[in-house]
Design a protein around this ligand. Structure first.
Ligand code: SF4
Ligand code: SF4
Length: 133
């Protein structure tokens, strides 16, 4: 039976599920993410997804952990060159994830709980964030 989860999913990800919830979860503070994709190459279960940029798909991209597939191995947190991934206890990580998230491809987070400063960084209707015409 599929693991019950706290947040609704916006997309279906066709990758194998984990065996059981881990002791820890990786949570990315997207305010510090440069989209370098280094973490993706270290993840042994391929559970870090690329989030399209808010203004243009290929500009200012971010990444996001699929919290339902993370096995808590810590590799991404160890090797993120910008030190913007932290490991949290499972419950705490789940609770904190929306606040650390600028833009989610995977989960239908309540915008009210998402990080205000982070949202301001890449808000699509913010004219200052868009490249000059
Ligand atoms: S390694 Fe760090 S900065 Fe690079 S994409 Fe992953 S979370 Fe973002
Ligand atoms: S902790 Fe491990 S499994 Fe979880 S996202 Fe990071 S590299 Fe992937």
């Amino acid at each position: 039976m599929a693991e019950a989860f706290l947040y609704d999913k916006k997309i279906e990800i066709d990758k194998p599920p984990r065996a059981k919830p881990p002791k820890q979860l990786a949570v990315i503070d997207q305010t510090g993410c440069t989209g370098c994709e280094a973490c993706i190459s270290f993840c042994p279960v391929d559970c870090i997804e690329i989030v399209p940029g808010p203004v243009y798909r290929d500009f200012m991209k971010l990444v996001e952990v699929d919290l339902e597939r993370c096995i808590g191995c810590q590799l991404c947190a160890r090797y993120c060159p910008w030190e913007t991934i932290d490991m949290w206890g499972y419950e705490e990580g789940l609770a904190l994830a929306p606040e650390k998230t600028v833009r989610s491809l995977i989960y239908d987070y309540d915008p009210e709980t998402m990080h205000e400063a982070a949202e301001a960084r890449v808000r699509p209707d913010d004219a200052s964030a868009a490249p000059a015409p």
